[in-house]
Design a protein around this ligand. Structure first.
Ligand code: DOR
Ligand code: ZN
Ligand code: ZN
Length: 424
């Protein structure tokens, strides 16, 4: 079947071009990118006034399947993904059971392939059960196709064990996706440690909780030669250390989540767990450093840390509720509204941080729009204004601090392997 996406502005981070053009798709791949050439196609998507971009790749998603299907399933997570313009998601391993062996990796991969919406790349845990005591079957999981290892939800606190996992990652040439949190330093904190949260009576999480492990993991990555990807960075200290590490030529990349560049801890209105996530919302100084880091390409990736929980789980207040907010269905609008429109990022940088760089880190063929490449793409209307309404989410998780917020930028269509899997 021939699919024609016509009259859009095609953003190709592969050669950094932006041009008004038509994209022709056949047999799951991009067949041609042309200007004003008449084509007869079986299906036409009108992209007038829209950007046609490589499909977004979310390097950090909690699909909750297996075992936590009351929060999300592979299917609801993928419906949310394509609604948000994501054509590939990287799934975190903190499920039940933990993804620490090839069987669970295959379960998620088979399930997502049967559903056929967006691609899922299931990461493997670094240690058995994410207990931090013994290495998981990393070799077996590499054979089963993991794109990287991660202990997301926490850090491997035993530095020797962490080094052994990194040595294996280097051997198999897969990245280590590092959640940086010294779990002893957290010391029962639930939000950022600052005056505002102290006045509200909450225990705080200091920047050192993150910064100490960012430093350690970069040192271990240097020693082992592993490619290190730092997940959901939230502090000014992280940005500063990553800047220096890159100047020294270290194989390090870093990601920022939309909530961490949009909100500060001062936006927490009261005891509302929709503002509770890990790492927490930080101060304006941190947010400014993250935005500057994104603008100057110190920070390579924007990922969501989509972490759905039920309304009941989140309804018990900040002290007791689990950490995490949903993100797949608000990310692109927040990037457009908070970063592109105010001039922090160009539209090309948005495509780099949401597609091209993740594809490079993960070794994927996608992330560029060129003839012959897989037809994973998104039609994005940058001007469409709307109010975020969690009732419209496809995700089971409605836990977002962005309900009622006015944003600009909306996904008009998502194409995966040449199939229109979402259209507004
Ligand atoms: O906010 C978070 N939610 N941070 C994490 O580290 C884990 C995640 C989850 O699994 O809910
Ligand atoms: Zn994490
Ligand atoms: Zn996470």
């Amino acid at each position: 079947m021939l699919l024609l996406i016509k009259n859009g502005t095609v953003i190709n981070p592969g050669d950094k071009t932006e041009q008004k053009a038509d994209v022709l798709v056949e047999d799951g791949r991009i067949k041609d990118i042309t200007q004003g050439k008449p084509v007869k196609a079986e299906r036409v998507v009108d992209a007038e006034g829209c950007y046609v971009m490589p499909g977004f790749i979310d390097m950090h998603v909690h699909l909750r399947d297996p075992g936590l299907e009351h929060k999300e399933t592979v299917e609801t997570g993928l419906r949310a993904a394509v609604h948000g313009g994501f054509t590939t998601v990287v799934a975190m391993p903190n499920t039940k059971p933990v993804v620490d062996n090839p069987d669970v990796v295959r379960y998620v991969h088979h399930k997502s392939q049967d559903i056929g919406l967006a691609h899922v790349l299931q990461t493997g845990a670094m240690t058995k059960g994410e207990r931090g005591e013994a290495l998981s079957d990393i070799e077996g999981m590499v054979e089963a196709g993991i794109p990287g290892i991660s202990e997301d939800g926490k850090s491997v606190m035993d530095s020797q064990l962490c080094r052994e996992a990194m040595t294996l990652a280097a051997k198999y040439d897969i990245p280590v996706l590092s959640h940086c949190e010294d779990i002893r330093l957290v010391n029962k904190g639930v939000v950022n440690a600052d005056e505002h949260t102290e006045r509200m009576g909450f225990l705080g999480i200091t920047n050192a909780v993150e910064d100490v492990i960012v430093a350690r993991d970069m040192i271990l990555a240097k020693e082992t030669g592993a490619a290190l990807h730092l997940c959901h960075c939230s502090t000014k200290g992280s940005v500063e250390m990553i800047r220096v590490a890159k100047e020294h030529g270290l194989r390090v990349t870093a990601e920022v989540c939309p909530h961490h560049f949009t909100l500060t801890s001062s936006d927490i209105p009261g005891d509302d767990a929709n503002y509770k996530m890990n790492p927490p919302l930080r101060t304006k100084e941190d947010v400014d450093a993250l935005k500057k880091g994104l603008k100057e390409d110190i920070m390579d990736v924007i990922a969501t840390d989509h972490a759905p929980h039920t309304a009941i789980e989140k309804g018990v207040g900040i002290r007791k509720a689990p950490f995490g907010i949903t993100g797949l269905e608000t990310a692109a609008s927040l990037v457009m509204t908070e970063l592109v429109e105010p001039g922090y990022l160009t539209i090309m940088q948005m495509a780099e941080k949401m597609s091209y760089n993740p594809a490079k880190i993960l070794g994927l063929e996608t992330g560029v729009l060129e003839p012959g490449r897989p037809a994973d793409l998104v039609v994005f209307d940058p001007k469409y204004e709307y109010q975020i309404d969690p009732a419209e989410f496809y995700s089971k998780g409605k836990n977002t601090p962005f309900a009622g917020r006015t944003v600009r930028g909306m996904v008009k269509a998502t194409v995966v392997d040449g199939r229109v899997v979402y259209e507004k």
